[in-house]
Design a protein around this ligand. Structure first.
Ligand SMILES: Nc1ncnc2c1ncn2[C@@H]1O[C@H](COP(=O)(O)OP(=O)(O)OP(=O)(O)O)[C@@H](O)[C@H]1O
Ligand SMILES: [Mg+2]
Length: 291
């Protein structure tokens, strides 16, 4: 194990608790993750993250950085905790009563789980796109304008119009809907609805976008559009994407993190994970022996 990595990892811990016992347990736990879970330029740092649903532990001691302007894919068998981990990054787990999150999650070095952190503002900075497109029962325009309105991002109608157009354009949808902005968002096709949800997410100018299987309900053409879009969005945003498709992970991400039964098993460059994984569990998964 790389000592510099270990030191890095220990750094954000509260030093008053960092006795030999803590170091030792960190060591043991950390050896469970192989590869490169940490980054030099981290946008989000997660340390010793444990997540429980009532008595059941869904995430075990995960240490992972999300690098600035990277696309990182989270993969692993169903039920391994990908969505649970993803939701810790913008406190979406707060909405689940029985869910309890332990550990540190830092956005630009600041703990997002403090009382003074407003979750609504946090979710504007760390936006989320879900598996099933969930447009509001409003017009296409109002879906995209919703966030900018509640956060007071524009000063007048003309600025709002511009922001709506820009967001729809970035989401690759503007040309298809420009003549029917007043039509209901729910009347669009599934792939268009998903791009509308992406436009709605980027309209509030987030720094990070979390995507939980954003293309799993879409046909190959709509999927290709979403993947193209991810490749464009990565220039301006940091993206964490959960996917069941290894081809998709390979196409869109630079780094891949493999989860297994709530534990982070291996993290590395996507190419390496798919061609030359280090951990036996990763290898079994990517060669289709389970999952
Ligand atoms: N709202 C919840 N209440 C109770 N348990 C939950 C809840 N959500 C998830 N879990 C449990 O947490 C564990 C991890 O689930 P999670 O949904 O994070 O897995 P996943 O990797 O996203 O799976 P999938 O690929 O099927 O989406 C599972 O054992 C699941 O049953
Ligand atoms: Mg999931």
């Amino acid at each position: 194990m790389n000592e510099a990595v270990l030191n890095d990892l220990a750094e954000p811990k509260n030093t008053s608790q960092a006795g030999p016992e803590t170091e030792a347990s960190l060591n043991i736990e950390y050896t469970n993750t192989v590869g490169q879970p940490l980054c030099d330029e981290a946008k989000i740092q997660t340390r010793d993250v444990n997540v429980f649903y009532a008595e059941n532990q869904a995430i075990h001691n995960v240490n992972l950085d999300i690098g600035a302007h990277e696309v990182i894919a989270l993969i692993g068998p169903s039920g391994c905790g990908k969505s649970t981990y993803l939701r810790t990054l913008n406190r979406m787990n707060d909405t689940i009563d029985i869910c309890r999150v332990q550990g540190q999650i830092l956005l630009d070095g600041e703990d997002i789980y403090t009382k003074k952190q407003d979750p609504v503002l946090l979710r504007a900075r760390v936006g989320m796109v879900f598996q099933k497109p969930n447009p509001f029962p409003k017009s296409i325009y109002d879906n995209v304008a919703y966030g900018p309105r509640i956060h007071g991002l524009t000063r007048n109608k003309s600025e709002l119009d511009d922001l709506v157009e820009e967001s729809l354009t970035k989401a690759g949808l503007f040309q298809e809907v420009k003549d029917r902005l007043d039509a209901p968002g729910t009347g669009l096709s599934g792939g268009q609805q998903q791009r509308l949800c992406i436009a709605r997410t980027i309209a509030v100018q987030p720094e990070v976008i979390l995507m939980d299987e954003p293309a799993s309900a879409l046909d190959p053409i709509a999927t290709a559009k979403i993947e193209e879009l991810i490749n464009e969005l990565k220039q301006n945003f940091t993206i964490v994407i959960v996917t069941h498709s290894m081809q998709q992970a390979a196409r869109v991400s630079q780094r891949t993190a493999y989860f297994h039964m709530g534990r982070l098993i291996e993290v590395g460059e996507t190419d390496q994970i798919f061609t030359n994984p280090t951990h036996e569990l990763t290898e079994k998964y990517i060669t289709g022996r389970f999952g």
